[in-house]
Write a protein that binds this ligand. Structure first.
Ligand code: NAD
Length: 360
């Protein structure tokens, strides 16, 4: 078993009958999205038989249909066995006009539409990349943490208001929303859960703390629980990342902390994520965005996309051996010196793909 695969995420994996040949909806999205999803399909095809159905998403869907996600795309995702997404967004669709469609609306709509309340982001730097991180090797060595981010509640989904001179975003959480994400976190923990909030200021955080504390004493007394304020957590993530086992936090804090945590692995181009939780399929995507600054140059690092495909095999399709095969191939390619530009090397997307395929 791969070192990456030894946490128990069963609390969040879904259990539904799967077709003989699993159907995967591919959402390439924008920017480097199409450049990294095609190699991921190559890698998957080298391992197993899957049926792929591709749909426009994000900016590409706005251009074609006027909306970031059509009803047809959402329905295709609902009836798939898993959804593999690259990234959305770009300057072409950047707007501050609330009446205009934005690529991220597709992402939020898909998460909500599939009931994906748990976003899991494992952060484990590989020894081969210790010196690629902007943090000192002795700080990051041995880090092996999981960020569990609440994905369908909080300020990203609250009511929004806007006039010419004022704006507001409402942040709400219910006991049920907090309890179900905390249960995923405790289920995945080996020894400790760090619950991150801003309980000294926010009412939602005070409820968060209370609910997590109650669940802990009721169902998970053997796991250590600590409460950390988000500003302190941001500092500790770079000063002593080894301290963390599982970090559980609300939607916005998790968004920010997991990007910060990505730098421990050397580059945001290395970090995969899984979004799970509902009755339906899971969504698997790299943590990074559409990187419009390097789109079309062949410099995109496809490894986070490959590792997201591995998470899909493990947590979406219960294909553990195939997941391990991808992870080991990535590890070995890096150990043999593969470095894309973001990792300080010169390998192109195509060269990185070939290096990984060679080790499958
Ligand atoms: P980004 O993650 O796209 O890029 C940040 C930096 O990291 C850039 O310098 C980029 O070149 C680099 N980078 C990212 N992924 C890389 C990869 N695979 N290989 C090599 N380098 C990589 O974040 P951003 O620049 O803040 O956002 C760009 C667009 O992406 C925006 O429109 C944003 O809204 C969107 N975005 C989408 C998602 C998503 O689809 N889940 C997430 C974050 C941002």
């Amino acid at each position: 078993m791969s070192a990456r695969g030894d946490r128990d995420w069963d609390a969040a994996t879904y259990d539904r009958p799967q077709a003989m040949t699993p159907k995967i909806v591919l959402l390439p999205g924008d920017g480097i999205g199409p450049e990294i999803i095609a190699p991921a399909v190559e890698v998957l095809n080298a391992l197993t038989t899957l049926e792929f159905e591709e749909h426009r998403f994000g900016g590409a869907s706005i251009d074609a249909h006027g909306t970031a996600m059509t009803d047809e795309t959402l329905e295709a995702c609902r009836t798939a066995d898993a959804v593999l997404l690259a990234a959305v967004g770009g300057p072409k669709w950047d707007t501050t006009d609330p009446a205009q469609p934005r690529p991220e609306q597709g992402l939020l709509g898909l998460r909500k539409g599939l009931g994906l309340y748990a976003n899991l982001r494992p952060v484990k730097p590989l020894p081969a990349l210790y010196d690629s991180s902007p943090l000192k090797r002795e700080r990051i060595e041995g880090t092996d943490l999981l960020v569990v981010r609440e994905l369908t509640g909080g300020i990203y989904f609250g009511e929004k208001t806007r006039t010419a001179d004022s704006a507001s975003d409402l942040c709400t959480y219910t006991r049920e929303e907090i309890e179900r994400i905390a249960r995923v976190a405790f289920g995945a923990a080996r020894s400790r859960v760090t619950s991150v909030d801003k309980a000294n200021v926010l009412e939602t955080s005070r409820l968060w703390r209370e609910v997590v504390r109650e669940l802990h004493s009721r169902e998970f007394p053997n796991i250590e629980l600590e409460h950390t304020l988000v500003d302190n957590a941001a500092m500790q993530l770079v000063s002593s990342p080894r301290h963390f086992d599982v970090i559980v936090t609300e939607n916005m804090f998790g968004d920010i902390l997991s990007d910060e945590a990505a730098m421990i692995t050397g580059s945001i181009g290395m970090l995969p994520s899984a979004s799970l939780g509902g009755e339906g399929p899971g969504l698997f995507e790299p943590v990074h965005g559409s990187a419009p600054d390097i789109a079309g140059t062949g410099a995109a690092n496809p490894l986070a996309m490959f590792l997201s495909a591995a998470l899909m095999l493990r947590h979406g399709l219960a294909l553990e051996a195939e997941a391990v095969a991808i992870e080991s191939a990535v590890d070995r390619a890096l150990a043999e010196g593969l470095r894309t530009r973001d990792l300080g090397g010169g390998a192109s997307t195509g060269e990185a793909t070939r290096a990984v395929l060679q080790h499958l």
